[in-house]
Design a protein around this ligand. Structure first.
Ligand code: FAD
Length: 590
């Protein structure tokens, strides 16, 4: 292999990922006349943002009084005080503007009778710093992500963004000084390899929900960008915090949006009791997600679960009436009819917590710049390297994300990363020479999977990894179980080295993609179990039976996991907002 034997394409910016984060950034850049390449392993409008149901938060005050400062308070509290308050302030202030921009891009938001954008209540939202329930989530029925992604894609086509559809990014490429200069990618259909050289690279590859067996996430959510960053020497931040959504369809994992409870749905146990009254007397079913997930898990563990195996609880929507369901939750209704054979207008839905969202990721500042510890400083930006969306950790979600804040996060920080890149490109006008060894390394990584035939299958190893993560790194954790997780996942990672792909399906590149994805998933799994085992407190989604209390004295800090030596480091939480006073940690009750 020589660099010259591989086709090279040059752009100002390479964006890896065509979800909401990647497309929002691409649009901003294309409109500023930068040449932008977007690489996506699936057709852009199949990116996982399309699955987002309930909506996106912004203090528009269309239904109830609201303002960005209350939104900020709720987000800091929801994060269990681990979120960085400067980034949270930035996001909550920007939210209304970003929603109105979407409206102008053509997003068909649902409407109130007065023509304004419809907003529904979601979990963890309050008026006046912890007072009455707020209604902050802007929705396009229960297909908000679909509406946003399609509008952004159309706008990008208009702005002439260059798309590499169904291309797989294998690894980041560098120059001699270690600066990232693009990526090595291949066409999944033909196998053709391309070096995409870029002055700036934005990783927007989404989350890693495929770490777990029961998940709301699609097969494509394998943490590829996070693993690429790890291999490029960037540590991953706060990987111990993984969100389990309270209402996945029991046994199957598909999501029933929090919007269903926002519209007035509620959870009952086997005795028909409204269980959330016991765990969150004020917010009840609209408490924060970590709180509701733990409540369901506890009901089942204590024998109050429903069904022959007492292994789930029921979500009641039948009292809302067919009209409300059809107008506000048509997708949910259809999902239940298709996959469960029940109509929620008549019957309750069996639900149980399911893996949903990666709070941790590639550390960035609020301009989307990837930041790493350098010598004695907790963080310095890496020249020309950016990340946005679920793969990044800004950190606005801290230890627990509020529903409706992820669509907001991907759009606000996709946009702000693009704005920073525009400035960077003005100062850095020329491409730098590529380091051939980094191309060779990426090429080797791909061609390691040329060998087919004897050896354990990738499918078997992936299934074992997901089972181990579910058993050892779930809703409730202990030292013993987490340490067992480290042992098991490390052993599974060793098996992967000897695995082979089979080409019996005749779809050789698809098999290669699955193998590369599993390598990525494995790196992210190791980051998750190592980080979780080290954090000896309970905070947000990281709930330790052996350390049940939050420990602000020792643990108001972000973890940073490096794959080199599987080592953990820490940096302080940024508790100082941009312009208002801090919200100091308080007991978190709903
Ligand atoms: C079922 C469901 C419902 C949700 N509902 C809501 C909601 O109502 N409100 C809310 O705020 N949040 C919601 N979320 C969360 C939110 O949708 C996601 O966090 C967000 O959409 C992620 O966007 P993203 O741009 O970061 O990544 P994605 O939309 O996941 O896009 C990732 C992109 O990266 C590409 N990619 C990945 N790896 C590679 C590679 N190796 N090579 C090339 N391309 C690659 C993919 O092809 C894709 O284009 C929901 C999540 C789920 C799963």
């Amino acid at each position: 292999m020589t660099i010259n034997s591989i086709q090279t394409r040059r752009f100002d910016t390479l964006i890896i990922g065509a979800g909401g984060g990647g497309l929002r950034a691409a649009l901003q850049l294309a409109e500023a006349d930068a040449s932008v390449a977007v690489v996506s392993k699936v057709f852009p409008t199949r990116s996982h943002t399309v699955a987002a149901q309930g909506g996106m938060n912004a203090a528009l005050a269309n239904v109830l009084p609201d303002n960005w400062h209350w939104h900020m308070f709720d987000t800091v509290k929801g994060s269990d005080y681990l979120g960085d308050q400067d980034a949270i302030e930035y996001m909550c202030r920007a939210a209304p503007k970003v929603v109105y921009e979407l409206e102008h891009f053509g997003v068909p938001f649902s409407r109130l009778d007065n023509g304004r954008i419809y907003q529904r209540p979601f979990g963890g939202q309050s008026q006046n710093f912890g007072g009455e329930q707020a209604a902050r989530t802007c929705a396009a029925a229960d297909r908000t992500g679909h509406a946003i992604l399609h509008s952004l894609y159309q706008q990008n086509i208009r702005a002439r963004t260059h798309f590499f559809d169904e291309y797989f990014a294998v690894d980041l490429l560098k120059d001699d000084e270690g600066n990232v200069l693009g990526a090595f990618v291949f066409d999944i259909h033909t196998g053709e390899e391309i070096i995409i050289e870029a002055k700036t690279t934005l990783i927007a590859t989404g989350g890693a929900g495929q770490l777990f067996r029961t998940t709301t996430n699609a097969l494509i959510n394998t943490g590829d960008g996070m693993a690429m960053a790890l291999r490029a020497g960037v540590p991953l931040q706060d990987m111990e915090f993984f969100q389990f959504h309270p209402t996945g369809i029991a046994g199957r994992g598909m999501l029933i949006t929090e919007g269903a409870r926002g519209e007035g749905g509620y959870l009952v146990n086997a005795m028909g009791e409204r269980l959330m009254e016991r765990y969150a007397p004020k917010a009840k079913d609209l408490a924060s997600r970590d709180v509701v997930s733990r409540a369901i898990y506890t009901e089942v563990k204590e024998g109050r679960g429903c069904g022959p195996n007492k292994d789930h609880v029921m979500l009641k929507l039948d009292h809302l009436g067919e009209d409300v369901l059809q107008k506000r939750l048509p997708g949910i209704r259809q999902t239940c009819i298709t996959f469960l054979g029940i109509d929620p207008a008549e019957q309750a839905i069996p639900v149980y917590p399911t893996a949903h969202y990666t709070m941790g990721g590639i550390p960035t500042d609020r301009y989307g710049q990837v930041v790493v510890p350098v010598k004695d400083t907790p963080e310095e930006p890496v020249n020309g390297l950016y990340a946005a969306g679920e793969c990044a950790c800004v950190s606005v979600h801290g230890a627990n994300r509020l529903g409706g804040n992820s669509l907001l996060d991907i759009l606000v920080f996709g946009r702000s990363a693009a704005n920073h890149i525009i400035g960077y490109l003005k100062e850095n006008r020329y491409h730098r020479p590529m380091n051939e060894a980094s191309v060779e390394k990426a090429w080797q990584r791909l061609h390691r999977w040329d060998k087919t035939g004897e050896g354990e299958s990738v499918e078997r190893i992936r299934a074992d990894l997901k089972k181990s993560m579910e058993d050892n790194c779930g809703v409730f954790r202990t030292q013993e179980v987490l340490d067992n997780g480290i042992k098991e996942v490390s052993a599974i990672a060793e098996r992967l080295k000897e695995a082979r792909i089979s080409d019996h399906t005749g779809m050789f590149n698809t098999a290669r993609v699955e193998a590369l994805e599993l390598e990525n998933l494995m790196d992210v799994a190791l980051a998750t179990v190592y980080s979780a085992s080290a954090r000896t407190e309970s905070r947000g989604a990281h709930s330790r039976i052996d350390y049940p209390e939050r420990d602000d004295k020792n643990w108001m800090k972000h973890s940073l996991y490096s794959s080199e030596g599987r080592k953990l480091d820490y940096k302080p939480v940024r508790t100082k907002p941009m312009s208002v006073t801090s919200f100091p940690p308080r007991p978190r009750v709903y």
